[in-house]
Write a protein that binds this ligand. Structure first.
Ligand SMILES: Nc1ncnc2c1ncn2[C@@H]1O[C@H](COP(=O)(O)OP(=O)(O)OP(=O)(O)O)[C@@H](O)[C@H]1O
Ligand SMILES: [Mg+2]
Length: 466
């Protein structure tokens, strides 16, 4: 039987939850999120599944713990008032020896009928006594008196000093049913948090490492393959453009761009090599936010997406009265609102594209948003030709105050030039199978991409790794 962690993404990666009555070790360097993880697990157990929990702490005082955890959305005061939670402050209590402390914890487990127990930390507990305790005996006592008798799942926190390779005393890991290691790293100048499953006795370890964040509480970014993306059902919320800047149709993206998505903007979206995800799902909300506010939208699909894929991802989400304002260009395409490029020369094709943009601008009286797959252009005509049209392309966007989003893969040669010319530069990449976007210009942290769909609305959410 498993007990659900209630922490987003966690159950997915450990085979459905923690096994009831198991002993789990959570290890990590200082500040890696051990307390947030364990507290979140207790909090959700009590709040969502009605499983009482006890937090036995050598690490922080009651006030610090309650205050800090509130910042992550865990209100323990409320749970305590409801009789579902108890904080045991082992810092201030007087005890004779390890068995004293242990009996005290045990009493509380029995009286609260606790189903979840956290000891923060086992390292501190082991050091708190004059005589070094026998770690093996102690853990055996936990196993027989707490886990086996009461079925109370227990989480032991292990503190790993900086620069230390070893996790604990070398005994706990063998006795534990699962061992999780939390890490904080730097990834190209931005913070990255990782959790590794070193051991799991109740389920197969399919993947060892995952990315997590402490934003709004502990949550793991699940690999795309684990959580299949549902097709969008509802429409996108229309987010009004402002006088000086435009909305991308994705609120979380607007927030990080801080008004830099402007008329005359030449922008870049770079897709890393290993990214396997339907890009049209990201283009669609942006395009729709322009279409549904009466703007013209022109799309030259990037490599890997056909014009009909783009069409299917956008047309169902636009107001019928604005459908005529969507133009998709293609080299062979037939279909709704598709303009076929001749493919004779790039200059000719671009002239055609620029004409379509001008026509739409005149028709709607508004700036036109265009998406251009520069990888498609370079693959068809080569780097030299692509560079030749770049100057005029930028000048046109700037002069007419239209908006552009160019899409590239890093292997193409004009990438450097496009980066230099762009006002906004975003990059999409996959880390441990999960999808992230980040701003290179303006610089942002890594943001996990998730798709939220309901009958009413489809929405893209971006969650920062902090
Ligand atoms: N309000 C907050 N919002 C987001 N992150 C925060 C907030 N307060 C602290 N942090 C971050 O949370 C992390 C601390 O998490 P936590 O206390 O769970 O770590 P820990 O592994 O238990 O550390 P220690 O070994 O010191 O006990 C720190 O990296 C800190 O930067
Ligand atoms: Mg801690």
């Amino acid at each position: 039987m498993f007990i659900k962690s209630g922490l987003r993404g966690v159950d997915l990666i450990i085979g459905g939850g923690f096994k009831k009555g198991s002993l789990v070790i959570v290890a990590g360097n200082p500040g890696t999120g051990k307390t947030v993880f364990s507290a979140g697990w207790l909090y959700h157990g009590a709040a969502d599944f009605d499983e009482s929990g006890i937090y036995a702490s050598f690490a922080e005082s009651r006030e610090t713990f309650y205050d800090n955890m509130k910042g992550f959305g865990y209100d323990f005061k409320k749970l305590e008032d409801e009789g579902k939670f108890q904080f045991l402050d082992l810092l201030t209590v007087r005890y004779e020896g390890v068995s004293d402390v242990f009996n005290w914890i045990l009493d509380k487990v029995y009286s609260l009928k606790a189903k979840r127990l956290v000891i923060d930390s086992f390292s501190a507990l082991a050091q708190a006594f004059e005589k070094p305790i026998d770690v093996r005996t102690f853990i055996h006592t936990i196993l027989s008196k707490i886990l086996r008798k009461t079925g109370c799942t227990t989480l032991l926190i292990l503190e790993v000093p900086y620069g230390e390779e070893k996790i604990g005393y070398g005994i706990e890991e063998f006795l534990a049913d699962a061992v999780l290691l939390l890490k904080k790293k730097e990834y190209e100048g931005v913070p990255l948090r990782e959790i590794s499953i070193l051991k799991n006795r109740w389920s197969e370890i399919i993947q060892t490492d995952y990315v997590f964040t402490l934003k709004g509480g502990f949550q793991i970014f699940p690999p795309l393959s684990i959580k299949p993306m549902k097709r969008p059902i509802g429409r996108y919320e229309v987010i009004p453009h402002k006088r000086d800047f435009f909305s991308t149709g994705i609120r979380d993206l607007d927030k990080i761009l801080r008004g830099s998505f402007r008329g005359g903007g030449y922008n870049l979206l770079e897709i890393e090599k290993d990214v396997a995800f339907p890009l049209e799902r990201l283009i669609s909300p942006i395009a729709c936010n322009f279409l549904n506010q009466g703007h013209g939208v022109v799309i030259l699909p990037p490599q890997g997406i056909s014009s009909s894929t783009v069409e299917k991802a956008i047309v169902p989400f636009i107001d019928p009265e604005y459908r005529e304002n969507l133009v998709i260009t293609d080299y062979k395409g037939e279909g709704y609102g598709i303009v076929t490029l001749k493919g004779g020369s790039l200059e000719e094709d671009m002239k055609q594209l620029w004409r379509v943009i001008s026509d739409l601008r005149e028709k709607t009286g508004k700036p036109v948003f265009s998406v251009v797959g520069f990888d498609t252009i370079e693959y068809n005509y080569g780097e030299r030709e692509a560079l030749k049209i770049l100057g005029e392309d930028v000048a046109r966007i700037r002069n007419y105050e239209d908006l552009r989003l160019n899409i590239i893969r890093p292997t193409i040669h004009v990438a450097d030039n496009l980066e230099a010319l762009s006002d906004i530069h975003l990059r999409i990449e996959m880390i441990h199978g999960a999808l992230f976007i980040r701003g290179m210009k303006p610089k942002t942290t890594l943001l996990g991409i998730s798709f939220e769909t309901s009958e009413e609305y489809s929405k893209i959410k971006l969650t920062p790794v902090i």
